[in-house]
Design a protein. Structure first.
Length: 111
């Protein structure tokens, strides 16, 4: 796959998912709450952004002739803040990250 096309597609995906998270952030910042369905949407948008950033990381490393990590953890070990216990998601932490606009860490890398 051509890297320029891949980068354009990852940027498009990142903009879409980031926009959804911006909507959630606005609702939370206004003192609102999110329904369980909306919380699930936040989790999905974050997952897509993170997978997008991991994929882009791997493609850039490959294009530069660098070793490509097998695990997502090695590709982006900075994501450890979200992991407290395997199989457990701290929804309050996730909502705090969205409220504080911290989902941008994955979006910036996918432009």
């Amino acid at each position: 796959m051509r890297l320029d096309l891949y980068q354009a597609e990852t940027a498009h995906i990142a903009r879409e998912q980031s926009s959804l998270l911006d909507d959630a952030r606005q609702q939370l910042s206004a003192g609102g709450t999110l329904s369980r369905l909306e919380q699930n949407g936040v989790l999905h948008a974050l997952q897509v952004l993170i997978e997008n950033a991991i994929g882009k990381t791997r493609q850039i490393l490959k294009a530069k002739g660098e070793p490509v990590p097998v695990s997502a953890y090695d590709a982006l070990n900075s994501l450890a803040r979200l992991v407290h216990r395997p199989g457990y998601i701290d929804m309050e932490l996730v909502l705090e990250l969205v409220r504080e606009d911290q989902h941008r860490f994955a979006y910036r890398d996918c432009r």
